[in-house]
Design a binder for this molecule. Structure first.
Ligand code: P6P
Length: 323
């Protein structure tokens, strides 16, 4: 395979997606990719420098902020505010939306991100990642919360960076899902997984079964249907890692609502929406707890949560038979 860099690939996609033909999108992606390279550099050296452990702060999610969370968030915010084409951004680590000041050049793009997903796994050297979701707003749009928060079908691009045995980038602009592996010797993400398609069914199902007693009877019945000797259970506890395995190998992931998280735990705008965009582009399905397409959910708040079920078409349909 020719060694195609992700920027070359984005240029080729640009021709298929007219609003990005301005080059604004490519510029945004260049700065996003640089952010990920910087985060990856710190993640891979975390054990050698004083960046493991917590900051002592609690974020809007009520979670302990890890030092790497803080670092990744500051890198992403700096670069997205200064890339010159983003007008607003939302981060898992920020209470409110950030509107880019008009004294800076800004364009029509809005980005939501989880700067470092899976942070409870950081100190154990388990794969973690950065998830992003990108929208456009029209020229002169008043940057109100109502105009900025759009449903997932309106995404113009989405993807993630996975900091694992290798650092990967997986993204889609609505023309298939494509994966790139960082080659540290040249400092570029090179095409390694072109046009990823999720298998129609898989042999892994993925859920935190410690929550089983808190699930609805239907979710318990649905999950029981996978405990039939045909499947193995895999659960990393880093959504990006569980997603990436499901995308490549097939199978099912479910994080249902429960008696503690009545609306689910995972966040819509920077976890469920971008990953649902990808899984549908790869031929899979993604629903909330009521069998509704995640991408059709109308977000009212930045940190709104949802139950999240995704995976291979046949496996998700098997799960939904219990409802
Ligand atoms: P639990 C990590 O904190 C995260 O947001 C996702 O990456 C992951 O899928 C989920 O939470 C794990 O949650 O309740 O199983 O620890």
């Amino acid at each position: 395979m020719a060694e195609i860099s992700v920027i070359e690939h984005i240029h080729s996609m640009q021709l298929l997606w007219s609003p990005m033909a301005t080059g604004q999108f490519t510029s945004l992606m260049h700065d996003l990719i640089l952010s990920a390279k910087i985060i990856s550099r710190s993640v891979t050296k975390a054990g050698l420098v004083d960046i493991l452990g917590g900051t002592g702060d609690i974020n809007i999610q009520g979670e302990q902020v890890q030092k790497l969370d803080d670092f990744a968030n500051s890198v992403m915010i700096y670069r997205m505010k200064n890339c010159g084409v983003v007008c607003a951004l939302g981060s898992e680590e920020e209470d409110e939306l950030i509107i880019v000041d008009t004294d800076k050049p800004r364009g029509n793009y809005v980005i939501f991100f989880d700067p470092l997903d899976g942070s409870s796994n950081i100190d154990a050297n388990v794969s973690i990642g950065t998830i992003f979701s990108i929208y456009r707003v029209d020229d002169n749009t008043e940057l109100t919360k109502e105009n900025i928060l759009q449903k997932g079908t309106e995404q113009v691009a989405a993807g993630y960076f996975l900091y694992g045995p290798s650092t990967m980038m997986v993204y889609s602009t609505g023309h298939g899902v494509h994966g790139f592996t960082l080659d540290p010797s040249v400092g570029e993400f090179l095409l390694s997984h072109e046009n990823i398609r999720i298998p129609a069914s898989g042999k892994y199902y993925s859920a935190n079964l410690a929550n089983y007693a808190k699930w609805s009877e239907q979710d318990q019945k649905a999950m029981d249907s996978f405990n039939n000797g045909k499947y193995s259970l895999r659960y990393v506890g880093s959504l990006v890692a569980d997603f990436h395995r499901t995308l490549l190998y097939g199978g099912l992931f479910s994080y249902p609502a429960d008696s503690k998280n009545a609306n689910g735990k995972l966040r819509l705008l920077y976890e469920a929406n971008p990953l649902s965009f990808l899984i549908e582009q790869a031929g899979g399905l993604a629903f909330d707890g009521n069998g509704k397409r995640v991408l059709e959910i109308e977000p009212k708040e930045v940190h709104v949560r949802t139950a999240f079920l995704f995976g291979s078409k046949e496996d998700v349909e098997q799960y939904r038979k219990a409802f």
